[in-house]
Design a protein around this ligand. Structure first.
Ligand SMILES: Cc1cc2nc3c(=O)[nH]c(=O)nc-3n(C[C@H](O)[C@H](O)[C@H](O)COP(=O)(O)OP(=O)(O)OC[C@H]3O[C@@H](n4cnc5c(N)ncnc54)[C@H](O)[C@@H]3O)c2cc1C
Length: 466
């Protein structure tokens, strides 16, 4: 058995792990990243390859380092295909948008963290977490080439992705760390990268199309005009979908994909839920997918992972330099996440809840009737700016969907109330309990108003449903 000692040990070499490691190493910490994949495979992540806002990503990994993996910067709008209504909506996307070669991006993230001073241990599968009797996390146990390895650290950063096994192993009793986590709050997704013979006509768009099931959609994202990332996903509170077959059937219906050659396939899960209420415990911080830092309406998680990891590493460096990584010293991380994107994602989660309860044809009919600029606001700016006052023309078009309009309107009011509540996110762990009880009472009204099944259950029931 071998034993290593670091200031910070990071679980997982994805976006979150690399930004966390680069930030902490850049601040002079001794940091190791432990990754189960081998060095060649590391960075190969199931993804739609769409990247939003890369121009303002954290600086710990310079943009110039990542630029060569950005293969399509000509994308400027979303193309929403609604077969039920025989409609295609073209909606401009504000801000920088790109499609990337995700594996190359992943390799470059690792290189960036290495250049900042982090050490990588590949081919090393984490199996458990070490913890003192009084609850402080002190390191990880893993297996490398059939040999046991122990990592001792002042702080463990969990960047091991969706449904991280580390959290199964930590005793979070007497902490604020969010354990209200169930499979049904996640989306199961699958994607292929295909090469087509002729350039597609929509290489300047991210193409979306609903599946026949509510809360599921197909996407076609052009890495280049002939190399397309095609995929789909569904929320795991629904009947399982045969992702590979549904995708293949859809590709068969589109002439632009005739004779397409599959270059790569991968599946995975992603959190389509609100961010963790708190992602800190003594000696332990969760970041990225491991803490629900994904936009629950689009599934975009690269930006959230990069920002959260940077905030977490900065809080960790601060805490380790000033008396130790207790919950209170790490708390600023939770606050910064909620300020930057967490409050908005929690409000958007209300629309994810609504989408599991309304009829997909009704919703599509309504979307087809809403003016494009209103939809753009709704999709890209978050809940507060969604204006649902329909023009007379679109109100007439939406005839037949008025109960869905009402439902959407009521949902928007509750999402706004939730957003305001998140603006009062607590300053200390001690205030967490009261704050989350008030939040839960708003969510109860969301379930009542939408008719959706509860997405988050009281804590006492969690372990049973996990
Ligand atoms: C099909 C699909 C499509 C998506 N499309 C998009 C998109 O177009 N745009 C977007 O922004 N986001 C997209 N996302 C979400 C995005 O990929 C994630 O939010 C993002 O990758 C999260 O990064 P992360 O570092 O938190 O986790 P990950 O990228 O999952 O990294 C986790 C790392 O931890 C490692 N690991 C896990 N367990 C262990 C263990 N026990 N021991 C050692 N290592 C371990 C894994 O091997 C992995 O390298 C998509 C997700 C899926 C599944």
């Amino acid at each position: 058995m071998s034993r290593h000692e670091y200031d910070i040990v990071v679980a997982g070499a994805g976006t979150a792990g690399c930004y966390a490691a680069a930030t902490a190493a850049g601040e002079g910490m001794d940091v190791c990243v432990v990754e189960r994949k081998d060095e060649q495979e590391a960075g190969h992540i199931a993804c739609g390859d769409a990247l939003k806002g890369a121009d303002s990503f954290p600086e710990a990994i310079p943009k110039s380092q990542l630029e060569p993996s950005i293969t399509n910067t000509g994308v400027d709008h979303g193309r929403f295909e609604i077969p039920q209504e025989n409609t295609v909506l073209e909606i401009p996307v504000p801000g920088e948008l790109a499609v990337i070669d995700r594996w190359e991006f992943g390799r470059r993230l690792i290189e960036g963290a290495r250049e900042a001073g982090a050490t990588f241990h590949f081919d090393t599968v984490i199996s458990s977490v070490t913890q003192t009797d009084d609850g402080r996390v002190t390191g990880l146990k893993a297996t490398q080439n059939n040999r046991s390895v122990t990592y001792d650290a002042d702080l463990v950063m969990d960047a091991a992705g969706a449904l991280s096994i580390l959290q199964e192993d930590v005793d979070f009793a007497d902490t604020t760390f969010d354990t209200n986590v169930r499979y049904s709050q996640f989306c199961s997704a699958y994607r292929e990268v295909i090469e087509v013979e002729e350039p597609v006509s929509w290489d300047d768009a991210l193409v979306f199309k609903p599946t026949q099931r509510s809360a599921g959609y197909l996407w076609y994202f052009p890495r280049t005009s002939t190399r397309i990332n095609v995929g789909l996903g569904f929320q795991m509170n629904e009947e399982p979908m045969q992702l590979v077959d549904v995708l293949a059937n859809d590709l068969d219906t589109r002439s632009e994909f005739n004779n397409a050659e599959v270059k790569d396939k991968l599946g995975g899960s992603l959190p389509t839920r609100r961010p963790y209420d708190s992602a800190v415990a003594p000696g332990f911080v969760a970041v990225g997918d491991a803490a629900g830092h994904v936009n629950p309406t689009t599934g975009g998680g690269i930006a959230g992972a990069a920002y959260a990891a940077t905030f977490a590493a900065e809080a960790a460096v601060d805490a380790l330099s000033n008396g130790g990584p207790g919950e209170q010293s790490l708390w600023q991380y939770n606050e910064r996440v909620m300020n930057k994107f967490g409050a908005k994602y929690a409000a958007l989660d209300v629309y994810n809840i609504l989408s599991t309860a309304v009829d997909v044809d009704d919703l599509m009919g309504l979307l087809a009737a809403i003016p494009g600029e209103k939809l753009a606001e709704a999709l890209y700016e978050g809940s507060t700016s969604v204006g649902l006052r329909l023009t007379i023309k679109s109100a007439i078009k939406s005839f037949g969907h008025w109960s869905t309009v009402k439902s959407l309107y009521d949902t928007k009011k509750l999402a706004d109330e939730l957003l305001s509540h998140y603006e009062t996110y607590p300053d200390t762990p001690a205030e967490m309990h009261d704050w989350s009880r008030r939040r839960d009472s708003i969510l109860n009204r969301v379930y009542e108003s939408t008719g959706a099944d509860p997405k988050y259950w009281p804590d006492s029931l969690i372990s049973f449903h996990r």
